[in-house]
Design a protein around this ligand. Structure first.
Ligand SMILES: *Cc1c(COP(=O)(O)O)cnc(C)c1O
Length: 466
């Protein structure tokens, strides 16, 4: 399988290189040159497979001989064995034909574990083969760093440095990162804010000379192709559990960077009958404004009760725009250059084409809390704020009550106690048993001034061959 850039100018890459590459050299994102397509008969034959067996069938065409089939099978078996539920991604029923797909049974209690647990293992496999080492550097506002750290904790050829703003992440969030102990895990608390952290990461990628040429930086952020690939699997799994492929299924997806929902779009293109995809956003609703009015326009960031969806631009959306423009990289490049300067629209027939599959809804904090309350009162089931937005949007946008509607449950409610509290419910979501001792575990992190040179010096002297 070859991978090409959405802006049409960067060289095509194979799977191994795409794994190690963030942005393409032309500023675009890598996508498969062509997608595998599965017949209904083939998909039907996957009924009853374990999650990791299904994952192998769905992902093998993307990986091909970059990893021998038996090694890839073993890797998937190991990856999904760390999830704290036998079904890996269990379905919970909310109402007749309405479901939540629980994607938060992994080590950090959010769906990002599905991709990052695999990505860490893929990276280590490829680096071992090539006898290479990488330094992963990332910034987190609290929520996503832990999934990357957990994904890399067993890697022999990866050191990971995650920057978070000192004293500006919640204690649960900090502890989820800092209690993962390992010689290759480095938490840096920067005496600054999240933007300062992000700026340092960006500057370091721009000029890697501080590493002395002995290793290189790699990114595991949401534009990494392998992350998208891993997320395609659970759409197949949920549909098969609900009577697919002999029956269509609809999905509602809490969305920030358009990664998770793009995977659902790919599942459909690969042959899975998906009749509707609902883009569920909080007040950072650039995607909703585009889907409802064909206007793509950046606005100021708002802080919400669903922080993992607080974005201004939605990076993976470029991958959909590429398809909507007949895979014309030059057109995508022009559109996004224009979008950086002001609002843009796409040709009406292209937008209408997208609307055949996608609907969208924007949900504010108040309605998020009302949804948490309502679902708890009716079902005694506690939603996290991101999933609540998904459920709300599903109910608002649903086209056909005969089609099962599945909302992706992106996080465990115990990760976001503030929203539960604000919903007025007298319940406290408990951490699952495998994390119950989080507050007793040893923490390890280093506090560093808001100064790029000091952060870079720390990294240069602490990666494990340094
Ligand atoms: C990352 C995240 C999202 C958004 O996912 P995207 O792929 O960026 O759209 C939603 N909910 C939770 C809990 C997340 O961590």
């Amino acid at each position: 399988m070859r991978y090409i850039s959405t802006r049409g100018e960067a060289p095509a890459l194979g799977f191994e290189d795409v794994l190690l590459t963030g942005l393409a050299s032309d500023g675009g994102l890598y996508v498969p040159e062509s997608l595998p397509h599965f017949s209904l008969e083939e998909i039907r034959s996957w009924r009853g497979l374990s999650y990791s067996e299904l994952a192998f069938n769905v992902m093998h065409p993307f990986v091909e001989d970059a990893i021998p089939a038996d090694d890839f099978r073993d890797m998937l078996e190991e990856t999904y064995a760390v999830f704290a539920h036998q079904a890996v991604a269990p379905l919970v029923q909310l109402d007749s034909n309405e479901w939540v797909l629980e994607l938060f049974r992994g080590p950090t209690l959010a769906f990002k574990d599905f991709a990052l647990q695999l990505l860490g293992r893929l990276l280590d496999y490829v680096l071992e083969k090539r006898n290479q080492h990488v330094v992963i550097m990332g910034a987190t506002s609290g929520d996503t760093g832990s999934a990357a750290i957990e994904g890399c904790r067993r890697c022999k050829h990866v050191d990971i440095f995650i920057l978070h703003p000192y004293q500006r992440v919640s204690e649960v969030q900090r502890r989820q990162m800092t209690t993962v102990l390992g010689d290759n895990i480095h938490n840096i608390a920067v005496k600054g804010n999240f933007d300062d952290c992000q700026r340092m990461v960006k500057a370091s990628f721009g000029d890697q000379s501080f590493l002395g040429g002995k290793t290189q930086l790699a990114a595991v952020n949401s534009i990494n192709w392998a992350r998208i690939m891993a997320q395609i699997v659970y759409y197949f799994q949920a549909a098969l559990a609900l009577g697919g492929p002999d029956r269509s299924v609809a999905f509602s997806v809490p969305t920030g960077n358009f990664g998770d929902i793009f995977a659902g779009y790919l599942a459909k293109k690969m042959g899975l009958p998906v009749s509707q995809l609902v883009i569920a956003t909080n007040r950072n609703d650039i995607l909703h404004r585009f889907m409802s009015g064909n206007r793509y326009e950046q606005r100021q960031l708002e802080h919400t009760l669903s922080p993992s969806m607080d974005i201004m631009v939605s990076s993976n959306f470029e991958r959909l725009l590429f398809d909507l423009h007949g895979r014309d990289g030059a057109a995508v490049k022009q559109l996004l250059e224009d979008a950086a300067k002001g609002p843009v629209s796409i040709a009406d027939y292209r937008w209408r084409h997208a609307r055949k599959l996608f609907d969208s809804e924007s949900v504010d904090d108040e309605t998020t809390c009302a949804t948490i309350r309502e679902v708890y009162q009716r079902n005694e089931y506690l939603l996290d704020p991101h999933t609540a937005i998904g459920v709300r949007a599903a109910r608002a946008c649903r086209r056909d009550p005969a089609v099962p509607m599945v909302t992706l449950g992106t996080a465990h409610p115990a990760k976001f106690p503030e929203a539960i509290e604000r919903s007025g419910l007298a319940v406290k979501p408990a951490l699952p048993t495998h994390m119950a001792d989080l507050f007793e575990r040893e923490e390890r992190y280093t506090v560093i001034d808001n100064d790029l040179a000091q952060v870079q010096a720390f990294i240069a002297s602490h990666w494990h061959d340094a």
